[in-house]
Design a protein around this ligand. Sequence first.
Ligand code: NAI
Length: 797
Amino acid sequence: MATVAKLFETMEYGPAPESDAPALEWIKQHDSGGGGGGRFGHFINGRWAAPAEGQYFETINPATKAVLAKVAQGSKADVDAAVTAAHAAAPGWAALTPHARARYLYALAREVQRHSRLLAVLESLDNGKPIRETRDLDIPLVARHFYHHAGWAQLRDSEFPGYVPVGVVGQIIPWNFPLLMVAWKVAPALAAGNTVILKPAEFTPLTALCFVEIAQAAGLPPGVFNVVTGDGATGKALVEHPGVQKIAFTGSTEVGRIIRKATAGSGKKLTLELGGKSPFIVFDDADLDSVVEGVVDAIWFNQGQVCCAGSRLLVQEGVADRLTQKLRARMEKLRVGSPLDKAVDMGAIVAPVQLERIRGLVEQGVEEGAKMWQPSWACPTEGYFYPPTLFTDVSPAATIAQVEIFGPVLVSMTFRTPKEAVELANNTPYGLAASVWSENINLALDVAPKLKAGVVWINCTNLFDAAAGFGGYRESGFGREGGREGMWEYLKAGWDNRGGEGRGERDAAVAKQVAPPERTSPISPLPPIDRTYKLFIGGKQVRPDQGYSRKIVGSDGRVLGEVAEGNRKDVRNAVEAAHAAEGWGRSSGHLRAQILYFIAENLATRAEEFAARVGREEVDASMARLFTYAAWADKWDGAVHHTPIRGVTLAMNEPVGVLGIAAPDDFPLLGFVSLVAPAVTVGNTVIVVPSEPHPLAATEFYTVLETSDVPDGVINVITGAKDALAKVLAEHDDVDGMWYFGNAAGVKAVELASAANMKRTWATARGRDWLDPGQGEGREFLRRASEVKNIWIPYGE
Ligand code: NAI
């Protein structure tokens, strides 16, 4: 028997189990349609409902393989019933005062806190994660999220004037942070005034079902919050349902891509929070003991099943061996075991399929020649456990260095210089998060903006807070959750709140306002001088690859000029030129403002000539628009978020990168300027396809650009078949974002093509009144042109 003296000698932990009895009792009390308890239906329109097709599936405890409960398998009919309920509830919920909605969110936060012990145990049972994490991290963050969003609900009308809820929102969440993902999705949606259908992950539905009772206790009106459980087929039915106005998804990039394609052209708003292969960069002056604890939190937290896990350890060569030694010593001391044991560091892997995936990838890593190390102790054998694993001697191209393993497996590589560290860090299609470790804050802050990632943690890792937006770059998806950024994802402009939302039909009222067709100068009775315009690439007017051009005919049937017929090769050249000009993104706001003012000035000197083409009103509005964005250029500030750390969390607005823009056909000059100006104001470089029927104002505009000190390659213009060129741009892997203003078929084609590299798209067939500053300019455009990067910087010794 262990004596106190003996324990004192070894300092071994004794077992410290949390009781599972109240959670198991809670499960047993639920009995959808008889059968001895532990059976859950859907939650639709404020009531539990048995599944239409009578199908249930089991959810298990991955630490013991014991069946915990039976849960309804949602069918199309169930999804349909939930969407109907959410629609019925939407007007009433949206009509509440902000304060009334704030009270509901506040009540949800309070109820979460009241039931925090039950929720923590239930989460550990269903997911396998240690109670230490669910109790101290998941559940407190859930409550924090609802409190924070009670605030946004209260402030919605004053902070988001002119904006309205999107409508009915479908939310699909993964199994790694089951209740936290409920909070991240539901809190902003409800705060903004939307109604919700939530589809929890099939491995971990229990806390979402427990949250149903929290919603009931908080008195949420029927239909405002609905839960339909089930697998991918249920998620698919929700994604495809025509009554849903927005889909918010967290999960694998593979499914994210399927959803991008499924919603293409539907007009549904979409946010995707997908996978990652986040770098954890250690410079040789870092405090290595802190680094070791950081690595524990980066990759062994939640068994490494974390989308932003620091799964690629990049170490400066001089300290690599020392760090490996320290890591191995620490790994030897990690404790893997029952998730309900309060002294356990790592629990169970969520399901056998995930365990197999981890095993398979580790085997592949060994086969590909990397050196694998695991601690000497053995994992428990009764559940789905996997030990902490470290790979060294990994080549950057190895499968385990590229693929998201989603398990407790760290791959490490070395670098020599900061430049090489940044290159290695960005050598991934993902861009979710990154950690930078150095005692030299100058170095850390120099590196942070160079990392293509939505979150950068300096000398810390895996910190989250409701006030700071979270989300990725590149194939890690688009949109942000949390903070002000996250609220925008659940709102839309009030002027856009017309019937037939998103079906792509042009609004009749706006269509009437189409600008006059291009005409020749009324001053001269003589036939115009025929002119063939070239393309504008890399600051030069260049002939198109194939040498073809097309005639542009005026309303009176006269040929007004010829424009070059751009093709795929021209797009490639323009993309190259736009990438070469990326230094523009690092130039100062002041400089960008100066250049925009200069463009306006040069346009003003030729106003008459442009007015003869498109009318005076459009030219004047274009000059005003350039002034608007010159004004914004040094004011598009980020924020310092009040997150609960001693330090600062900076939210920086960064350019998306290289943006493709297909300009609207009406307003040939103003439409072009209204899109190009905000894009370049934020620091993007652009490839623009101007109005197809009326391109001459844009081609004439080249000469204005040439005289305005715009650096070569910042603005590139390709004329020709707009939809075909837009598709090429949307397909191009080196184009980071695509804006398309055209017709419904074009919207669909762009959204479909964008799925290849998950580029962010803004594609619409909806007409807008470009002359109205409320519709044609402002923050909406600047937001679309930006990625928000949150940089966490703790301070203090
Ligand atoms: P998943 O992406 O398949 O599942 C996430 C959610 O999407 C679940 O609720 C699922 O039911 C639903 N879903 C699946 N197919 C769908 C479809 N066609 N339409 C709509 N909804 C659908 O992720 P899964 O299979 O659980 O895990 C596979 C891999 O994905 C993991 O090994 C990991 O690498 C990655 N993953 C990444 C997450 C992240 O947060 N980035 C979270 C979960 C998994």
